[in-house]
Design a binder for this molecule. Structure first.
Ligand code: NIG
Length: 381
């Protein structure tokens, strides 16, 4: 048995109101004791341990839970981004560019690139990651992407319904048959989740419903990309199908908010995508005030959001989505855990995973107050 103590914590965010103050369960002058990767005590000092991390008065919080990434890809789309900054709108069509580069890459290359991105995310404090396929778009390459993803996380998502690949142009329904048939049969054992991109230019509600129904029948959990580039049926479909999460939610009608508030579906906001695509930011305040459960994730991908930094996303959510700092930090920890239906991560209380971040800052407020500054000093996972 090995034990680790993080002590001299100035401010501890537990996300457990039973062990500390307020919704964040804050404890001042705290310690956390972790044995064999599991938290065994919070708030008590002086424990005996094999290893000790001195927080030096800094803030400690649960590791970030990034519930939406597309880390398995080759190439980049910097030229597309530059053109966008000069006024060319984002429409998702660049997914085919990344699909070509990804298909052409060797598995070793994809492994190396994905590992680099996982390490980068870890440096920013992410300790739990979801990773989607979706740049293979044929059976062999979707299988390969999930194998690469599965070397880094158990939160793997089959996203064959990301875009219609070039060879199926004009035959979207035939492609959906492939996704729901041979592709799902080959990938189901490699994925925990199934996802689809419900958007004009990608897939309509009936096509996405077919994918979600097939995924459910294959034993997968359900998630959906919805309401990214305009109002549409994504949110309502996700609620109707019982998705764990509907992601983007940049455009939310009153009916969408009511449906979410009455459901178990988490609204996952991806503010770095709105930043990189020059979309308006979602009004998270409206959703939270109506009782919607929310998460924040990075959406790291080469087209709409090439960042692994959850602190950056927190800063955007506070500055531009009208979330309080407490809400944004909780959405990136406990919220992400809920979006992945995980109860072991996203909080620090006895029995939880020992995933913690030590900040070079006295409180979690600095995550939004000092944007762009590397405040993560230690990551324990
Ligand atoms: O979540 N919206 C769909 N998928 C990604 C973007 C993928 C891309 O542009 O390569 C997203 O934003």
């Amino acid at each position: 048995m090995s034990a680790l103590v993080i002590d001299r914590i100035g401010s501890l965010v537990t996300n457990d109101p039973d062990v500390g103050e307020g919704p964040l369960g804050l404890i001042a002058d705290a310690s956390v004791v972790i044995e064999d990767g599991v938290v065994v005590a919070v708030g008590r000092a002086g424990a005996i341990a094999d290893e000790r991390i001195d927080a030096d008065g800094g803030c400690v919080l649960p590791g970030f839970v990034d519930s939406h990434t597309h880390l398995v890809f080759a190439g980049d789309r910097a030229a597309e981004f530059s053109a966008r900054m000069a006024g060319v709108p984002y429409d998702g069509g660049g997914i085919v560019v990344t699909t070509e580069a990804t298909r052409a890459a060797t598995t070793d290359t994809l492994d190396r690139l994905t590992l680099q991105r996982v390490i980068e995310a870890r440096r920013h404090g992410t300790t739990t990651l979801e990773i989607k396929s979706g740049y293979g778009l044929d059976v062999a390459n979707e299988v390969r992407a999930l194998d690469v993803a599965g070397r880094h996380t158990t939160e793997t998502t089959f996203l064959g319904a990301h875009l219609v690949p070039g060879e199926y142009t004009g035959r979207a329904d035939d492609y959906i048959d492939l996704v729901c048939g041979e592709m799902l049969a080959a990938t189901a054992g490699r994925a925990r989740w199934i996802d689809a991109f419900c958007e004009t230019g990608a897939f309509d509600a009936d096509q996405c419903r077919a994918v979600l129904d097939a995924g459910r029948a294959a034993g997968l959990g359900l998630r959906l990309h919805g309401n990214q580039l305009g109002h549409g049926p994504g949110v309502q479909l996700a609620v109707e199908c019982g998705c764990a999460s509907v992601d983007h939610c940049t455009y939310l009608s009153d009916a969408d908010i009511s449906a979410l508030a009455a459901s178990d579906t988490v609204a996952t906001f991806l503010p770095a995508a709105d930043f990189s695509t020059r979309q308006p930011y979602p009004d998270a305040r409206r959703a939270i005030d109506a009782g919607v459960a929310v998460a924040i994730a990075s959406n790291c991908n080469p087209g709409s959001s090439y960042t692994t930094s959850i602190p950056f996303c927190i800063a955007l959510a506070v500055r531009d989505m009208k979330m309080t700092i407490d809400e944004a930090v909780q959405a990136a920890t406990l919220g992400g855990a809920r979006a992945l239906r995980r109860t072991d991560v996203g909080h620090l209380s006895p029995g939880s995973a020992g995933h913690a971040i030590v900040l070079d800052a006295p409180s979690h407020h600095h995550l939004a107050y000092r944007p762009g500054v590397q405040l993560v000093r230690h990551v324990v996972a």
